[in-house]
Ligand binder design. Structure first.
Ligand code: HEC
Length: 134
């Protein structure tokens, strides 16, 4: 009898695992990074952008989260290049070359394809909680 319960739990685990991972088709996976994107990723790390910025909510909080800046309304590649190239009053100018700026923008555009940082409003229930499983 007890053995039957273990079998049942094991089967439930397998079915649930399949169910959770089968949901994630290509739409929720970013493609492998290209050379430019990898170069941008390296700059992101060597210049320590994460000290002030977050990706997926992780990182410093002096600047905004950059996960989805590439697809944010009114922002995007040209907007990001300008800020990265010249800095702002609060963000330093790193004196990067145009190709380095382009690589960083490619990297951030690639990150944007990997998913959404903020919970879309349609998933937030009336209680203020959210359910991202459906
Ligand atoms: C010393 C902290 C700091 C560092 C380091 C830093 N930033 Fe920023 N960044 C900021 C702040 C603050 C802002 C917001 C602009 C403002 O209000 O002046 C910003 C804005 C931005 C924006 C525009 C975001 C938006 O939604 O408007 C981008 C893109 C950006 N930074 C990219 C980078 C990249 C790439 C690096 C690394 C090369 C970097 N930042 C390093 C502080 C920083």
């Amino acid at each position: 009898m007890r053995f039957g319960l273990w079998i049942l739990l094991f089967c439930a685990f397998i079915v649930y695992t399949w169910f959770v991972y089968a949901q994630c088709d290509t739409s929720c996976k970013a493609p492998h990074p290209s050379g430019k994107e990898l170069a941008g990723w390296q700059l992101w790390q060597s210049r320590n952008c994460q000290v002030c910025h977050q990706l997926y909510g992780l990182g410093g909080f002096m600047g905004p989260d950059l996960t989805n800046t590439a697809s944010e309304r009114g922002k995007g590649a040209r907007y990001m290049s300008g800020i990265i190239k010249y800095g702002t009053g609060r963000m330093p100018n790193f004196h990067l070359s145009d190709s380095e700026v382009n690589n960083l923008v490619s990297f951030l555009t690639w990150v944007d394809k990997s998913g959404k940082n903020r919970v879309p409003p349609e998933f937030v229930t009336w209680t203020g909680n959210y359910n991202i499983s459906n």
